[in-house]
Design a protein around this ligand. Structure first.
Ligand code: HSE
Length: 432
């Protein structure tokens, strides 16, 4: 074993960074044996230097992250500060000055992964980011390496723990959205500003990363159709239950049937209770991967939190350190297929539509005609007259598979009918 240690600079020492530092210290012997050389924490860049950080030598703390990544003797930079800047500049500067990078930064990888990959390649360094998607769950390495000889056609998963917790509470405890969000906040799952999670931005960034790797093409954040869970109601959950389904916020990346394009989307969807994703409870994540030769694979586990995310970071750190010792690099960007990303309108799936309609003769036929005119075939219809005698009925239509654009056209036309008093909800049905 080499005795000269590999030097690691840590950018950020919050929930994840402090756990990375702790495991590096407590498991130093095992890490050295697995890598073939000791790893040493050579510097820790933080915003608040006065904060007491147990187990970290205060002499390592600095507020000058730029100077740290420019030192020239750093082998690996671990970036766990998040956000676009200064993370992007720090990472590219690290590559220029001889370091490889392990990052947990999903937002940056989704927005500008190409710049990072290009900089890593230019300087012959590694860029690893297992922790950016689904916390501890090994997903990036299986897609980049284990499945590199197969053809992935679909990635379907729950990649945001906060929203899964909220939807799970709405489903199992009958809680309303606000009540479930309050509980998620009290338990520390949801941030004080929950927008990134509940509006689907976090899941969309993860979908962009997964789609790019799975289909060997570039998929940016703007290519991902995004809808959050703020409009999901208790009535939607009840309706799902009646259909033998539940509601999940899904990230879905698919190769088109003709293989010439891909799609990536994040939105709430009904899935059958028999689907394995339906039993993913609380803040857990799970991702289904469908590949031509492998068939269906499912990855499940904790998708957030200090320790699980640190586990993924440490796994990358070991891999990058091994590469350094072997004077090799791991896989870089693979975007050779250059498949275009199709708009949401071209996605083909099933729909569950709840309408409030006038309860009088001919209305059902009128509604059915609108579906037919837009080429959307109806699978089932359920109607229930309201007990309050206001002359309205609740109509629930479930369709066969149809393009999203055809469904949008249908709904637009339905809204124009005098007999349709309101479109209470539209939800896609997946996983069948
Ligand atoms: N906020 C994310 C979640 C974890 O709730 O899953 C970090 O990606």
């Amino acid at each position: 074993m080499r005795t000269r240690p590999l030097k690691v600079a840590l950018l950020g020492c919050g929930v994840v960074g402090s756990e990375v530092a702790r495991i590096m210290t407590t498991h130093a012997g095992d890490l050295a044996a697995r890598i073939g050389a000791p790893v040493e924490l050579a510097g820790v860049a933080v915003r608040r230097p006065s904060k007491v950080r147990e187990g970290i030598d205060p002499a390592l703390i600095t507020t000058d992250a730029t100077a740290l990544v420019k030192r020239g003797d750093i082998d690996v930079v671990v970036e766990v500060i998040g956000g676009i800047e200064p993370a992007r500049t720090l990472i590219t500067t690290a590559f220029e000055h001889g370091a490889s990078v392990v990052s947990a930064n999903k937002a940056l990888l989704a927005e500008d992964g190409a710049t990072l990959y290009a900089a890593a390649e230019r300087h012959g360094r590694d860029l690893y980011f297992e922790a950016a998607v689904a916390g501890a769950i090994p997903l990036i390495r299986p897609l980049r390496e284990s499945l590199a000889g197969d053809k992935v056609n679909r990635v379907l998963g729950i990649v945001n723990g906060t929203t899964n917790f909220i939807l799970d509470r709405m489903d199992t405890a009958g809680a309303g959205y606000s009540e479930a969000l309050d509980e998620a906040t009290a338990l520390g799952y949801a941030e004080a500003d929950p927008t990134a999670d509940v509006e689907g931005f976090d899941a969309a960034a993860k979908a962009a990363i997964l789609a790019g790797i799975a289909f060997h093409t570039r998929v940016g954040l703007d290519d991902v159709h995004r809808e959050g869970i703020t409009e999901v109601t208790s009535a939607d959950l009840a309706s799902a239950k009646r259909m033998g389904c539940t509601v999940k916020l899904l990230a879905i990346c698919e190769r088109a049937a003709d293989g010439r394009s891909v799609t990536a989307r994040v939105h709430p969807a009904m899935i059958p209770l028999s689907h394995p994703l339906a039993s993913v409870r609380e803040a857990y994540n799970a991702v289904f991967v469908e590949a031509e030769a492998a068939g269906q694979l499912m990855f499940y586990g904790p998708g957030a939190g200090g320790s699980p995310t640190a586990s993924a970071v440490l796994g990358d750190l070991v891999a990058v350190c091994r590469n350094k010792l072997n004077e090799a690099t791991g896989p870089g960007e693979s975007a050779y297929t250059q498949l275009p990303v199709s708009p949401m309108g071209e996605v083909v799936t099933r729909y569950h539509i709840s309408l409030d309609v006038a309860d009088k003769p001919g209305v059902l036929a009128q509604v059915a005609t609108v579906f037919a005119e837009h080429g959307v075939s109806i699978d089932t219809v359920r109607q229930k007259g309201r007990q309050d005698g206001n002359g309205e009925a609740a109509l629930v239509v479930v369709t066969h598979r149809a393009p999203d654009a055809a469904l949008s056209g249908t709904v637009e036309a339905l809204r124009k009918l005098d007999t349709v008093r309101g479109v209470a909800s539209i939800m896609r049905v997946e996983g069948e």
